[in-house]
Ligand binder design. Structure first.
Ligand code: TRP
Length: 355
């Protein structure tokens, strides 16, 4: 058993991961892998909340996201990949937590509302759709993590998770409601009150220069893009500037990219100075420089992906998931056992077997 503090985070498999995911959350995951015992969740059950009619597509994205993860440096030798649909304890805990969250509280979640708008779901969404936000609390709590590294949009899901963890600890573990968040476990609670952690760029602008980077908005640079693709996408970035000798605005989209992807602080300062003075430095030149830096970042990712290409790659992914499902269920079943014990539901011992 590891004594390191735990992390849980994850993604819904919706397609390819992009640079927005990298700066918002993936980079943190890679960095924190040694310090923490990490569980990375593939939320494939959640994919069904809006795409129940597309099982083939969801299966494909489920395997592909693992390839993206490995490519970006999330290491299956160090961390546990959790395939949500193979961890029955998550669905079970979801039910118990659903009883501790007021219905109106769930429906008030701003991230759910935005998602309904963005996806044009109106009021015709499934019952399972808002249920996923309760499920997300269970995803997290069943691994009893202290930290949840996520993109900014996910913070609205962490809050109800913290609320329901406090409530469970108070109701079933007898923890005093005035306890400080950090002290819940010390005071006998089962669940630590987990903290969200957003990456160094909370919200990366897309290559349209206007909206948040997103696959569905067609403004994303994917982790799989080649130098040529990156250069082309960067080339189309809207900066709002009309002439090279005109002072440029260093708060524009171009400079968000400069600061996000040029690792050298001196060079950033130099560019900012030249640009703000209209010092004959063209947008095009800077765009190429950024594209080179992004390419350097993605190069090792492309290399790590090679052994996982094609059908053979799919097989390797499935092998990893099989092995990791065992580890993940061990951790999840332990929490579920303790949770049910706290709820006076310990009627017997159960074992789960996966082949
Ligand atoms: N909702 C998250 C997303 O769409 C994915 C997710 C599911 C998740 N369960 C989680 C993220 C638990 C962090 C923690 O990206």
């Amino acid at each position: 058993m590891s004594t390191k503090p735990r992390i849980l985070t994850g993604d819904t498999p919706t397609g390819q991961l992009h640079l927005g995911h990298w700066v918002g959350s993936l980079e943190n995951r890679v960095k924190l892998q040694d310090e923490y015992e990490c569980f990375f969740l593939i939320a494939n059950m959640h994919a069904f909340t809006t795409r129940a009619d597309k099982p083939d597509e969801i299966r494909r994205s489920t395997l592909d996201i693992v390839k993206d993860w490995i490519a970006c440096g999330m290491d299956p030798e160090k961390s546990t990949f959790v395939l949500q649909t193979e961890i029955p304890g998550i669905a079970e805990l979801t039910w118990y937590l659903a009883m501790l969250l007021p219905f109106n509280r769930v429906m008030r979640n701003p991230t759910l509302k935005t998602e309904l708008e963005d996806k044009g779901l109106g009021d015709s969404y499934s019952f399972g759709f808002p249920m996923y936000s309760v499920g997300q609390c269970a995803d997290i709590l069943i691994f009893r993590p202290e930290l949840v590294p996520v993109g900014e949009d996910q913070l609205a899901h962490i809050e109800p998770c913290r609320e329901v963890a406090r409530r469970f600890n108070q109701l079933y573990c007898g923890v005093n409601p005035h306890t400080e968040d950090d002290d819940y476990v010390k005071e006998g609670g089962l669940f630590p009150i987990p903290e969200g952690k957003v990456g160094r760029v909370a919200r990366l602008v897309g290559t349209d220069g206007k909206l948040k980077m997103s696959k569905s908005l067609n403004n994303a640079i994917f982790l799989t893009d080649t130098f040529k693709q990156i250069k082309k996408k960067m080339g189309g970035l809207y900066t709002g500037r009309t002439a090279m000798d005109e002072p440029g605005d260093i708060n524009n989209a171009l400079f968000e990219y400069v600061r996000a992807f040029i690792a050298d602080d001196e060079r950033i300062k130099e560019l900012e100075e030249a640009y703000s003075q209209g010092d004959n430095i063209g947008d095009g030149h800077i765009k190429v420089e950024i594209a080179e830096h992004i390419d350097k970042l993605l190069e090792p990712m492309r290399e790590r992906r090679v052994p996982f290409e094609g059908d053979e790659g799919d097989k390797k992914v499935l092998e990893i998931l099989r092995e990791h499902t065992r580890q993940a269920n061990n951790a999840a079943e332990e929490t579920l056992y303790l949770a049910k014990q706290a709820m006076k539901l310990d009627f017997g011992k159960r074992t789960l077997m996966f082949e």
